[in-house]
Design a protein around this ligand. Structure first.
Ligand code: P6P
Length: 338
């Protein structure tokens, strides 16, 4: 194993980047590493395990049918994080309220344990998304909602795990973005994508075009712009939309591109959740040189109002995000001048 770095070694080497030098934060990251391995193993067997694929018959707060693997992933992350005793509370897409864990814990986690789960049954990449904050309430007291309703700029770390052709864990602690590929043969994550940066521009736009007629004029005009022929500006772009944020985001991060889930007439605040989808992805993309906005406000500057708050999201290569914002602002001008 010469000249490869495992995630465990990386966490130890980067100890100085982690808040506090007590090693607590490293233990937290190790818990996420462990749970990711366990979930990866089940995801990769999902097609074979009839008892774990398919809906569990219940719904989460989003009113989305909970797939068994959703519930399994949620349980594994909660179990691993609880055992490390450094977490005082967890907010999860799968739980209506936040979960108090250990009043002596220093950190809180907001997570989507298995994003894109409607893709589980059709063998399309899915992912885990997590965001880590220091608690604002005193250590030793009960965790409060205020501990979770912090701006994205307060994040200590954020990351995602993509369960795809291989399992990768990509995360930042505010000192760049690093990607680790899981080798199931030896059971370790290996540093495969050091210091990830995203291209300033690309040729990929990711949006559910089925929402075209429900979208604003500005977004409709952007989609037409992306489809127009103009070799000087690399258009038409390629439409790539997997229906799994982690997969679309990861591809665009590497190749360059923009992902949009704007507000629509049926979802005025968009679909994606601020705390455990938009903020963590915004932290990662900004650390990689990209940008993340609602179209009118930087995602990480939003003051959260509630745990499962949805916000519109435009995220990816900086120049492409800027172009989307231009179309949204033009629409605003038309409305004000109209
Ligand atoms: P739609 C998955 O449910 C998710 O939260 C994201 O992972 C994905 O990008 C989006 O919703 C897909 O939503 O409405 O296009 O099916």
């Amino acid at each position: 194993m010469e000249n490869v770095t495992t995630l465990g070694e990386f966490i130890i080497e980067r100890q100085q980047d982690h808040p506090g030098s007590s090693g607590e934060f490293s233990r937290l990251l190790s818990a996420i590493r462990l749970a990711s391995k366990i979930v990866s193993q089940q995801v990769n067997k999902a097609g074979l395990l009839s008892n774990i694929v398919g809906a569990v018959g219940s719904e989460n707060i989003q009113g989305e049918e909970q797939q068994k693997l959703d519930v399994y992933a949620n349980d594994q992350f909660i179990k691993a994080l609880t055992k490390r005793k450094v977490v005082c509370g967890i907010a999860s897409e799968e739980n209506d309220d936040f979960i108090p864990i250990n009043s002596e814990g220093t950190y809180i986690i907001a997570m989507d344990p298995l994003d894109g789960s409607s893709n589980i049954d059709v063998n399309v990449s899915i992912g885990t998304i997590f965001s880590i904050y220091r608690r604002v309430s005193p250590v030793g007291s009960s965790v409060t909602e205020a501990d979770f309703l912090q701006k994205g700029t307060e994040q200590l770390a954020a990351g995602y795990v993509i369960y795809g052709s291989s399992t990768m864990l990509v995360y930042t602690t505010g000192n760049g973005v690093n990607g680790f590929t899981y080798d199931p043969g030896i059971g370790v994550f290996i540093l495969s994508h050091p210091n990830m940066t995203t291209p300033k521009a690309g040729k990929i736009y990711s949006i559910n075009e089925g929402n075209f007629c429900k979208s604003s004029k500005g977004i409709q005009n952007y989609i037409k712009y992306a489809q127009s022929v103009d070799p000087d500006t690399n258009r038409p772009y390629s439409g790539r939309y997997i229906g799994s944020l982690v997969a679309d985001f990861h591809r665009n991060l590497i190749k360059g591109g923009v992902y949009l889930y704007p507000s629509t007439s049926s979802a005025p605040n968009g679909k994606l959740r601020l705390l455990y989808e938009c903020n963590p992805m915004a932290f990662i993309v900004e650390q990689a040189g990209g940008t993340a906005t609602t179209g009118r406000k930087r995602i990480m500057e939003i003051d959260p109002a509630e745990l499962h708050q949805r916000v519109p999201l435009v995220i990816g290569s900086a120049e492409m995000v800027d172009k989307v914002v231009e179309f949204i602002k033009e629409e605003d001008l038309e409305v004000t001048e109209g």
